[in-house]
Design a protein around this ligand. Structure first.
Ligand code: GLU
Length: 334
């Protein structure tokens, strides 16, 4: 056989092998996408850490009883945030999403159809870290409270983000509207810190776990501060809504944080749809819970997580049947 024919035959064999492997793969694998948030937030780390736990337990190329050949292939791209993730999960574009507990509640109850897709088939898997709503203000902005913010340039967050909706709820609670600010911007979580440090905005509202890179870029980067939110209007929000609570960001979390900050906040939660298969949700839940120590080590915001807390805190949608199967099996629920 000539060299050229040999190369041709090898290429054909190669293609045939690839095609065979491709179809074998397609039969065994399940592809899932987890909706997260901006690349400098905690959701992005959360989604990718969950994917990592799935890969860890599968142990591709290794053998042993501890490995589970679940065949789940997981991706967790950055996204616009909570309400976008709920919309995508509702349409079957994403199988899972990290979302704020307030938007989980409003989606499954259909109580804010103008702010989040109503979806009675939304299902809870577990909850994650606390997320205080933080108003981060410029070092020399002179802003120390909500009333100081009026007349200033305020970033309420990009459409699709959780903080966008929560900012709007807060505005409403104070009886304010966009007209009460000199400018209202819609920058993403990865744009807002730079805009604050460059003096293009005076403040931004961000619902996010701590510490995180996005807030650090503003606090450690240009001495931005986080203000207290303890007004009666905030207390009323906390009293009237099961998904809000008061939260403290301890002094020292960022270099400019010399005192504790008190504000209100939500929980990050992990959701799916009743349409996603029980086996996939079971394997994912199991992978995270059986390796919770490893998972906790992947971001400082996760250090507070406990198994008992994760199956109740901030969850308002029914548990997905696959998650419930795992929790029952290990005795976390009866
Ligand atoms: N809470 C934000 C949202 O719902 C995302 C925070 C993060 O990326 O960690 O959009």
């Amino acid at each position: 056989m000539s060299l050229r024919k040999l190369a041709g035959a090898a290429a054909v064999a190669g293609i045939a092998a690839l095609a065979f492997q491709g179809s074998a793969l397609a039969q065994d694998k399940t592809f899932i996408t987890i909706g997260t948030g901006g690349p400098t937030g905690v959701y992005f780390v959360a989604g990718n850490s969950i994917c990592r736990m799935l890969a860890l337990v599968e142990g591709v190329g290794r053998s042993g009883d501890q490995f589970r050949q679940h065949g789940i292939r997981c991706a967790a791209p950055s996204s616009a945030g909570s309400t976008y993730n709920i919309g995508q999960v509702s349409e079957g574009e994403f199988q899972f999403g990290v979302v704020q507990s307030d938007w989980q509640f409003h989606s499954v109850n259909g109580s804010k159809p103008d702010r989040v897709t109503s979806n009675p088939d939304l299902r809870a898997v577990f909850s994650l870290h606390p997320e205080p709503y933080q108003i981060v203000v410029g070092a020399d902005s002179g802003i120390n409270s909500w009333s100081d913010l009026l007349g200033k340039r305020f970033n309420i967050g990009n459409p699709g983000s959780g903080q966008r909706g929560t900012s709007e709820e807060l505005l409403e609670a104070f009886g304010n509207s966009n007209a009460d600010f000199s400018a209202v911007t819609e920058l993403t979580s990865s744009e807002q810190a730079g805009a604050l440090c460059d003096g293009n905005i005076d403040a931004f509202g961000y619902t996010v776990g701590f510490p995180n890179g996005g807030v650090a870029q503003a606090t450690d980067g240009c001495d931005a501060r986080i203000i207290n939110l303890t007004e009666d209007e905030v207390a009323a929000l906390v009293n009237d809504n099961p998904f809000y609570s008061f939260a403290t960001i301890p002094a020292g979390t960022y270099s400019s944080l010399t005192d504790d900050v008190t504000t209100f906040g939500v929980r990050a939660t992990f959701i799916t749809s009743a349409d996603v298969s029980d086996d996939v949700v079971y394997e994912l839940t199991r992978a995270v819970f059986e390796n919770l120590d490893t998972f906790r080590g992947l971001h400082p915001a996760f250090s507070v997580l406990t198994k008992e807390g994760m199956i109740v805190d901030g969850l308002s949608a029914p548990l997905h049947a696959g998650a419930e199967r795992y929790y029952r099996e290990v005795g976390l629920i009866n």
